[in-house]
Design a protein around this ligand. Structure first.
Ligand code: SF4
Length: 413
């Protein structure tokens, strides 16, 4: 057993709980092992588990992960393209947005975006993930133009793009409904949407985080509209700031209700708050992000609540770092996320785990916890399962391709 496996609670439960647990927690874990639904109230109880109860929670989550998706841990080769950081929304947790006259304000032309997509494809990426700030002078049609620019240059690449807030903005600037706006994007080649901008789907918390962002109801409306049009999305939560276990439990329960209705979520991605450069933290109004225990509980409770609904729980290695990401993969998660190649949103907030992870590094980290690495595409179809370890001298399929593409990006940035 690896060190981190031991720290995470050791052997599997294999359907049985250890003796001597507090009855209130044991009852919920028994229900989970019987694959029955966990209520938001029960989840709140699990979010405060510690000691033996916490170890049991992590083991039950690991068991449900094994039953749902087996021992494969997936990753996706993707390039993030943040096409602009110009934004006047003023979210108080955000250190990414810049004003038009800021010296480090950035606006990528359509040709530059297409260049980056082409470099990514040549380096082996199957997806580009495009998100940006809400530039005050940007036409609504620019979102469609971005997709067209990428697809004209690299028709085969999957375009995963635009948060529900960007969809809200683009539809409003274009004077059309969400459905009409999404139809235009889909016809241009949009593959799926990131379910970001969810933060915490609670009105009171959202008011503290950002006054002018879309409401929880609007987020749900845009996501369900996309799902009904056949556009899959991810689901996220941003936790560890002014929120608490009740908000987390109700947020995940709401995502479960949506999934019961539409089946459109591909994955759930817990995103811990990165506090270092966030205005709300610098003003003394927010906590310094989640603790290690909260990160583990979040992935584990999500696995229990979403079992039978959303099979994939992703770790955000950019926010957790590789070692804690491994521990979360032993506490209910099954996906390592993306190679990214350049990541500027968490980097701006002060995350220091880098902007890029090579596929080979993912595979080493996955094997290190005794699991089987596999490359997937955006919609979780497996592209290659690495059942056996390569011989030490065996190189990646495209030696150095990621490194060379990444260094080109760094030279330009
Ligand atoms: S989180 Fe997004 S919308 Fe909010 S200020 Fe930052 S870039 Fe703008």
């Amino acid at each position: 057993m690896s060190k981190s496996a031991a720290e995470n609670g050791g052997n599997r439960v294999n359907g049985r709980l250890p003796a001597g647990l507090k009855p209130a927690v044991a009852r919920v874990l028994e229900r989970a092992l019987e694959e029955r639904e966990i209520s938001a109230d029960e989840a709140v109880r699990l979010f405060s588990a510690s000691g033996r109860e916490l170890q049991a929670l992590l083991r039950v989550a690991d068991e449900l992960r094994r039953r749902a998706v087996g021992d494969v841990v997936t990753y996706v080769s993707v390039r993030n393209i943040n096409f602009t950081n110009i934004c006047y929304t003023g979210c108080r947790f955000c250190a990414f947005g810049r004003r038009l006259d800021d010296p480090d304000a950035q606006w990528l032309s359509l040709a530059e975006v297409a260049d980056r997509a082409e470099q990514a494809w040549q380096a082996g990426a199957t997806e580009v993930c495009m998100q940006g700030g809400l530039h005050p002078r940007m036409a609504g049609s620019h979102y469609r133009d971005l997709i067209l620019a990428v697809k004209e240059r690299v028709p085969q690449i999957h375009v995963h793009a635009f948060s529900p807030f960007e969809i809200w903005y683009g539809a409003r600037r274009s004077g059309v409904s969400y459905a009409d706006f999404l139809t235009a994007l889909k016809e241009a080649g949009l593959g799926s949407l990131p379910g970001t901008a969810a933060e915490i789907l609670d009105t009171e918390i959202r008011q503290q985080l950002t006054r002018s962002k879309l409401s929880a109801e609007q987020w749900v409306e845009i996501i369900t509209t996309a799902h009904r049009m056949g556009i899959r999305t991810t689901a996220t939560i941003m936790y560890g700031h002014v929120d608490g276990p009740r908000h987390w439990a109700e947020h995940i329960a709401l995502l479960r209700d949506i999934q019961r209705d539409t089946g459109g979520f591909t994955e759930f991605v817990p995103l811990g708050f990165v506090h270092y450069n966030a205005p709300i933290f610098l003003d003394g109004l927010a906590r310094p992000g989640p603790s290690v225990g909260e990160n583990l509980r979040m992935h584990a409770v999500a696995r229990l609540m979403l079992h039978g609904f959303i099979p994939n729980i992703q770790v955000s290695w950019v926010k957790l770092g590789p070692q804690l990401a491994q521990r979360c993969l032993q506490a209910g998660a099954n996906d390592f996320g993306g190679t990214l190649m350049e990541e500027t949103i968490s980097l701006s907030a002060g995350a220091d785990y880098g902007q890029h992870m090579r596929p080979r590094e993912f595979r080493c980290l996955i094997r290190d916890i005794g699991r089987v690495p596999a490359q997937r595409n955006t919609l979780y179809e497996l592209l290659r399962v690495y059942e056996t370890r390569p011989a030490p001298a065996q190189p990646d399929a495209k030696p150095g391709a990621f490194e060379s593409a990444f260094s080109r990006v760094r030279l330009r940035a």
